[in-house]
Design a binder for this molecule. Structure first.
Ligand code: ASP
Length: 347
């Protein structure tokens, strides 16, 4: 905990999501509700001796409606309040939480304070809700400091049920389980049981403390192209020629494999030659792209497609948005896709 007797200052940014939803009396469907309702249902927050302020999205949203403008709003709220607070808790729907976590990890350059994103599977007003515990644990993690008084977490992370995950390594794995998130290619940053047990070797440490710099521009000229057995040349060429697209995350089979037919490799090569940046990401939840393992992967690599190694789809697409948002030329986007910017990929 804090090395001084000053209370931790935490800012909660409530964007919406199941955690704060209530049932529509007519349709019975869950819909976002306001922050006061949420916090009234967690009286235990007062037992934490913290100074807590909050900002609420107006209106709060289901995270299926999240887009880069909302990411900018979250980032702006963090930037404007960065010096006044020790940590930030973002309450967010689970559906696109991993995208927001990945996007913020790129947008918040030189981050050296905790940005902990959480939500819940059951609304906070329900008897068996997971929201109360998730909110309290997220606040405790956002307030935690190490022996030298520095924040224990200095990156964007997702707290859900029993684990803290690196934001740009996490994926929503379950629509039903309380443990809804997982990093399939990176260890957890902390395990939550009777205590909060940090995995110090896995946590990101800022080597040099530079001022926070927020990159707001996220270029939406990117898309997923998900392969399926039986994909036709027409479908493939149609998608590769989508107007306005600069970058494509190509979701391939196994260790980065794709059909070997010449119509397939020709279409992909032509797209690369037109300047489209194509990143090869596996459809598997665990492991990554190893282009040289099979002939089919090697042929695809020969077209100029770049390996995404073990990056998640969420991190891949938001990294492309960020890199094109910087205004980089395709060659530079390709160069940065080939290295880790904030722990999102193992090279
Ligand atoms: N549809 C909700 C959302 O993402 C699901 C949730 O929060 O768990 O906002």
């Amino acid at each position: 905990m804090a090395s001084t007797d000053r209370k931790p200052h935490i800012l909660i940014i409530y964007t919406g999501g199941t955690i704060g939803m209530i049932e529509n009396p007519v349709t019975r469907a869950l819909q976002p509700f306001d922050f006061n309702h949420l916090i009234d249902n967690v009286p235990k927050v007062k037992m934490l001796d913290y100074t807590i302020e909050h900002i609420q999205f107006d209106p709060p949203i289901d995270s299926s409606d999240m887009d880069p403008h909302h990411w900018m709003d979250i980032a702006r709220n963090i930037e404007e309040n960065f010096d006044r607070f020790d940590g930030f808790v973002v309450l967010h729907g689970t559906d696109t939480m991993a995208y927001t976590a990945s996007a913020l990890s790129f947008m918040l350059e030189n981050l050296h304070k905790p940005v902990i994103i959480t939500g819940s599977q059951l609304p906070i007003g329900e008897v068996r809700t997971d929201g109360e515990e998730n909110l309290i644990t997220a606040l405790q993690i956002a307030a935690d400091t190490d022996a030298s008084g520095l924040p224990t977490v200095q990156e964007v992370a997702i707290l859900f049920e029993n684990y803290l995950w690196r934001g740009n390594r996490a994926t929503k794995m379950s629509a039903d389980n309380f443990n809804a998130f997982k990093s399939n290619n990176y260890p957890s940053l902390a395990k939550i049981g009777l205590g909060i047990h940090f995995n110090y070797d896995a946590l990101m440490r800022a080597q040099v403390k530079r001022p926070l710099k927020v990159q707001y521009a996220m270029d939406t000229g990117v898309m997923f192209l998900d392969l399926n057995p039986g994909i036709t040349e027409t479908t493939l060429r149609h998608q590769l020629s989508t107007p306005g697209i600069k970058g494509i995350v190509l979701k391939t089979f196994g260790s980065g494999n794709a059909p070997t037919a010449s119509w397939f490799t020709d279409a992909v090569r032509e797209a690369v030659e037109r300047g489209i940046v194509i990143l090869n990401v596996t459809q598997c939840v665990n492991g990554g792209v190893h282009s040289k393992r099979y002939d089919s992967g090697e042929r695809l690599a020969g077209t100029g497609v770049i390996s995404g190694h073990d990056i998640t789809s969420e991190a891949a697409i938001t990294k492309m948005m960020y890199l094109f948002g910087l205004g980089l030329a395709p060659a530079d986007v390709r160069r940065y896709l080939n290295c880790s910017l904030c722990g999102e990929v193992t090279m």
